[in-house]
Design a protein around this ligand. Structure first.
Ligand SMILES: [Zn+2]
Length: 112
């Protein structure tokens, strides 16, 4: 099973790891996947209406969400300012008043 990304230059799928670097045998491109993530535009978050979200957007929650370890739920309609798009299942990084830093799923928010 190959879980490595394709080569960003030639899209080859024969990329292999060498220490912290990824190397493409077809075009000889070498890169550090940790650095590549920051410049890559491949991280995409789509809200409940199908709109693409970007860093700095303001969104509202479309449903109540349970928060692990918090005494109360996040309420539908809660406004979340200045989101940051990150990779992963919970692809929005944000701070919410009264809750602090947390991660949300983009499918549970909509862009204002
Ligand atoms: Zn390549």
């Amino acid at each position: 099973m190959n879980t490595l990304p394709n080569c960003p230059k030639c899209n080859s799928e024969y990329v292999y790891e060498d220490g912290t670097l990824l190397i493409c045998p077809e075009c000889a491109h070498e890169w550090n996947p940790a650095e590549a993530q920051e410049v890559e535009e491949g991280v995409v978050a789509i809200d409940a209406n199908g709109n693409k979200l970007a860093d700095g957007d303001t969104v509202t929650l479309i449903k109540d969400l349970k928060v692990k370890g918090a005494p109360k739920d996040l309420k539908q309609g809660t406004r979340v300012k200045n989101i940051r798009i990150v990779e992963g299942d919970h692809n929005i990084d944000c701070k919410i008043d009264g809750f602090g830093a947390m991660k949300l799923k983009s499918e549970f928010v909509k862009k204002i």
